[in-house]
Design a protein around this ligand. Structure first.
Ligand code: AMP
Ligand code: ZN
Length: 455
């Protein structure tokens, strides 16, 4: 049994790279002009879950994640590069902006136990790869130089355009919001720029066979993935908003260059809302990881609550759900201490199958809750299975939080109380609670079982 996931292009759940031990993976990375919000982080956690699950099944993974530090234009209202726009706002060099937010991105990833990718190529440092790909596309008549000196991909030259999103060429309306007003020199309204002429722009521009300029956003992912993953990606990951036009255009560019189906499986994570609404600066509800830690909450509570939702469903994050995940995580840390110190890991078939089945993390977590309450299972076994799940869920359960160590005797009293509760012996359970209180331990009964804290 190996990992199968929902492929947006075929609309089917498919096994990833059947028969292959070594798997190539690409995840669209951040545009580094601001902090990643919890929605972006949900998508990066998804990528980590996939990488960890593939490793759990015994595969090796080569993951590439790009850093977009140039070329991602602010849509709709302005045509300015997002990084340049922010550089103006903060009054510092655009590369300084890019490096600052790139460092913050890595910091957030580390706090969330996200395993590093094999490489994080920067768009600004792979301009040569993009120019090489653009030249090949022009040579093979998939691209042309427009009357405005921009280089465009000719969408009509690529007959299977629309395979991922279902947006076929003839159904694309002129004036779609992804069309930029500076792209006036193209032959067909749905063509997109691979290389943009510098025009008035003086920062973040490079020489090219088509004059000084800068790359379009979509070409960077094609150039990096095809070069660093030997012209074939087994699994490609990104948020659902990237399905069109970003991934559709990426597929066209990569397939036209390699003359093959360059990506075997397209996985899209659904979006995260906060308290029922799309996060946006104007609504003032953009939540960062630092907002969570500022409340004294373990960042891994975000990881837990995210994984309690299936990646293919839209998720509504709330402060209540983060706090409830934080309570569960604290309790699990305490339990791991109570259950011993062994490092033995034991495979649990249900957790394994849940993960392999299109990453059913909510089911895997549900299984952990059942194991936690199981009065017939030994503590050693519980700990070993939690350590097994932790290899993928990455909740830091392997780390001993020694400040949480219970006073002597309390472990046994808590265990006895759990047994009393499960056999509905309320009198005994109350007496044990009083006894524990005298020893400085506060016991409370929640919907998720018995919890303790220091009085
Ligand atoms: P960006 O930094 O804007 O290029 O986005 C980085 C990643 O976050 C992309 O894969 C996006 O699809 C994803 N993303 C953006 N907004 C959300 C959201 N609200 N929920 C989940 N993923 C998101
Ligand atoms: Zn991308």
């Amino acid at each position: 049994m190996r990992l199968s996931m929902y492929d947006t292009a075929s609309r089917e759940v498919q096994e990833i790279a059947p028969g292959k031990d070594s798997i190539s993976m690409y995840c669209c990375g951040p545009t580094v002009y601001r902090d990643a919000h919890v929605g972006n982080l949900r998508t990066f956690i998804l990528s980590d879950l996939i990488q960890r699950t593939l490793k759990l099944q015994g595969s090796t993974v080569k993951l590439i994640q790009n850093i977009t530090d140039v070329g991602h234009m602010a849509d709709d209202v302005t045509v300015e590069d997002k990084v340049l726009q922010q550089a103006k706002k903060e009054n510092i060099d655009p590369f300084e902006i890019a490096r600052k937010y790139e460092a913050k991105f890595h910091y957030d990833l580390a706090l969330l136990n996200i395993e590093p990718a094999a490489a994080y190529p920067r768009a600004s440092e792979t301009i040569d790869l993009m120019q090489k790909m653009i030249s090949t596309l022009i040579e093979n008549s998939f691209a042309y130089v427009g009357s405005d000196s921009n280089v465009y991909f000719s969408v009509k030259s690529f007959t299977s355009y629309g395979a991922i999103s279902g947006n076929r060429i003839d159904s694309l309306q002129p004036g779609h919001r992804y069309e930029y007003t500076d792209e006036g020199g193209k032959l067909f309204h749905a063509d997109w720029a691979l290389w943009k002429s510098a025009g008035e722009r003086t920062q973040m521009i490079w020489d090219s066979p088509w004059g000084p300029g800068f790359p379009g956003w979509h070409i960077e992912c094609s150039a990096m993935s095809m070069d660093l993953l030997d012209n074939h990606v087994d699994i490609h990951v990104g948020g659902i908003d990237l399905r069109f036009p970003h991934h559709e255009n990426e597929r066209a560019q990569s397939n036209a260059t390699t003359q093959s189906e360059s990506v075997a499986l397209w996985v899209h994570g659904e979006h995260l809302l906060f308290e029922g609404r799309k996060m946006s600066k104007s609504a003032g509800n953009v939540i960062l990881l630092s907002d969570i830690t500022a409340r004294g909450i373990d960042p891994l509570a975000l990881r837990l609550v995210t994984q309690e939702n299936r990646y293919r469903s839209q998720m509504d994050l709330t402060w209540d759900s983060i706090e409830s995940a934080s309570i569960t995580l604290k309790r699990w840390h305490k339990k791991m201490e109570l259950w011993g110190s062994s490092l033995i890991v034991k495979k649990d078939e249900e957790i394994f199958l849940s993960l392999m089945n299109d990453l059913d993390t909510p089911r895997a977590i549900q299984r952990m809750r059942i194991i936690e309450r199981d009065v017939t299972m030994s503590d050693e076994m519980k700990r070993a299975i939690f350590l097994y799940a932790n290899q993928v869920l990455a909740l830091g359960l392997e780390v001993s939080k020694s400040f949480l160590v219970l006073p002597e005797n309390c472990e046994a009293l808590l265990a006895e109380r759990e047994i009393a509760r499960s056999s509905k012996d309320w009198a005994r359970s109350d007496a044990l609670r009083d006894e524990l209180a005298e020893l400085g331990i506060l016991v409370s009964d929640t919907s998720q079982g018995q919890e303790w804290d220091f009085l």
